[in-house]
Write a new protein. Structure first.
Length: 227
C-alpha cells in the first residue's frame, strides 16, 4: 500500500483551482479513492478565462462547457457528477475573493462527506489561482484541524528549474498511476476545451502543451504533507 494511502482514513477532498487540475494532478489518486472510501472534488473557479479572445465562446458558455468536461472526467475516474462541488468563482481572480468565507464552505463539505484528508495545489505553483487555493486550504486547516492536508504541484513540476530540490525538501510522496493509468488519460482528455479541440476563434487562447499532458499522465503523481 502506498505510504500516501496508508495515512488516510475515509474519503478525500480535492481542491482544483480550475477544471483539469484534478485530473492532471490527482487523477490516479482519485480513481483509487472512487474505488474505495470515495472522493469529492471542489472546483474553485469557473475556468472561463482560458479563451478571452473568443466571440463565440462567451464566459458563461465556456464555464458551462468546462463544468461538463469536469463531470465527464470524474465519471472516467469512477466517480459521478454528484462528487463535484462547483464553486464557480471568477477564473484568474480567486485571490480577490473572501478566503475565510470560501474556507468555511470547504470545511462544511469536509464535515458532510466525513473526509479524512484534503488535497490542494502547492503554493510553489506560479499561477495566482493555485497560490490562492493553497492559501484558502491553510484557512481550512484552522477550521478543520483534524483533517490531514496534502499539497500537489502542477505548474511548478513543469516550469520550476529547482523543482527537484522542492521535492526533496518537502519529502514528497509519489503515487504511481499503475492500473489507473487508462482512467487518468481518459479524464485528462475529457477537458477538450483545453486541448484546442473546441474553441477555434481565439488563436491566442490557452492550450495545454502535449508534452505537458503526457508528462502528467505517465509520470507518478507527487504529493507532500502540509504541516
Amino acid at each position: 500500500m502506498s505510504k500516501l494511502i496508508a495515512d488516510i482514513t475515509g474519503q478525500i477532498v480535492v481542491l482544483a483551482p480550475h477544471p483539469d487540475d484534478e485530473s492532471l494532478g490527482c487523477g490516479a489518486l482519485l480513481a483509487h479513492a472512487f474505488r474505495g472510501a470515495g472522493a469529492h472534488v471542489i472546483c474553485m473557479t469557473d475556468g472561463a478565462a482560458s479563451h478571452p479572445g473568443s466571440r463565440i465562446w462567451t464566459r458563461e458558455r465556456l464555464a458551462n462547457r468546462r463544468r461538463a468536461e469536469m463531470e465527464e472526467a470524474l465519471v472516467a475516474l469512477g466517480g459521478s457528477p454528484s462528487d463535484l462541488t462547483w464553486l464557480g468563482l471568477p477564473d484568474a481572480a480567486l485571490g480577490d475573493c473572501d478566503h475565510l468565507t470560501v474556507a468555511a464552505r470547504i470545511c462544511a463539505i469536509i464535515r458532510q462527506t466525513g473526509a479524512g484528508a484534503l488535497f490542494a495545489t502547492a503554493v510553489e505553483d506560479h499561477h495566482a489561482d493555485h497560490k490562492a487555493t493553497a492559501a484558502i486550504a491553510a484557512h481550512v486547516d484552522t477550521l478543520c484541524p483534524d483533517v490531514l492536508q496534502f499539497r500537489y504541484p502542477v505548474w511548478s513540476r513543469w516550469d520550476d528549474p529547482h523543482f527537484d530540490e522542492v521535492v526533496e525538501m518537502r519529502s514528497a510522496i509519489r503515487f504511481s498511476p499503475g492500473l489507473h493509468g487508462a482512467s487518468k488519460r481518459a479524464a485528462v482528455f475529457s477537458h477538450a476545451s483545453q486541448m484546442g479541440q473546441c474553441v477555434d476563434d481565439d488563436p491566442l487562447g490557452f492550450q495545454l502543451d502535449p508534452q505537458f499532458v503526457e508528462k502528467f499522465i505517465l509520470e507518478d503523481e507527487i504529493y507532500w504533507r502540509q504541516e
